[in-house]
Ligand binder design. Structure first.
Ligand SMILES: [Zn+2]
Length: 230
């Protein structure tokens, strides 16, 4: 009760503002104003030939397609929203991003007749620290729109190292001692899955996760991410 009272009071003093442009939101707008929403830098990669995200998976013939919601620009809207999700404990924005993304690619997704979604996992220590896996939150948003099953805990991350800063090292490890491991083969063997990561930068992370899935019998993989700098 007190909490609600405080919340109402706070919204009088600090009205909800757009995460991107800081103007006050009006009825029907959630986190982002309509104007910024219309200006999202959509990628349209799935209709681009060649698709720049498929190229990062070159060599993995089970990766059949890739979808990306927004272009990642420094200080851009995707960076702002993902920063909220990853470093400010704002999982609501992740859910919304997942829902918006799913609506953006809904037609393509439904024509693929996928079996489900797999979120690129975090190492359990990192997940504990953040309180959630941001890619899983995005996957949940996609599920809200598409009704697709999420294969939870089928894939795990075995090491808590950065793939960005130690890319070369990680790639060597992946060969001898994989960074991602499938722990529930039965649920995903022969399946068509949408593999979700929040951001694709070098592509090392999602490619390694895809390799682990293919090694365990996943039949088709489609990449999906909220933003990419490709
Ligand atoms: Zn705005």
């Amino acid at each position: 009760m007190m909490k609600k009272y405080l919340k109402d009071l706070l919204s009088l003093i600090y009205p909800n503002v757009c995460y991107n442009c800081d103007i006050a939101l009006v009825e029907g707008e959630d986190k982002i104003c309509l104007r910024c929403f219309r200006d999202f830098p959509l990628t349209n990669y799935h209709e681009t030939d060649p698709n720049p995200l498929i190229q990062i998976a070159a060599g993995n013939e089970k990766v059949k397609g890739a979808f990306c919601y927004m272009k990642f620009n420094k200080e851009g809207v995707a960076q702002k929203l993902l920063h909220e999700l990853k470093y400010k404990g704002n999982d609501t924005i992740g859910l919304l991003l997942g829902e918006w993304f799913a609506k953006y690619i809904e037609r393509e997704i439904s024509s693929l007749e996928l079996d489900g979604i797999i979120a690129v996992p975090l190492h359990k220590a990192k997940r504990r620290k953040r309180g959630y896996n941001q890619s899983e939150v995005i996957a949940k948003g996609i599920q809200n729109v598409t009704g697709l099953k999420i294969f939870r805990d089928a894939l795990i991350r075995t090491k808590n190292v950065s793939t960005q800063t130690k890319k070369g090292k990680v790639e060597r490890w992946q060969n001898v001692d994989p960074l991602y491991q499938v722990v529930d083969n039965d649920s995903i063997i022969g399946k068509k899955v949408l593999l979700i990561d929040d951001v694709i930068t070098t592509g090392a992370t999602i490619s390694m996760a895809a390799e682990a899935l293919v090694g365990s019998g996943v039949d088709e993989i489609y990449f999906g991410c909220i933003a990419s700098g490709k």
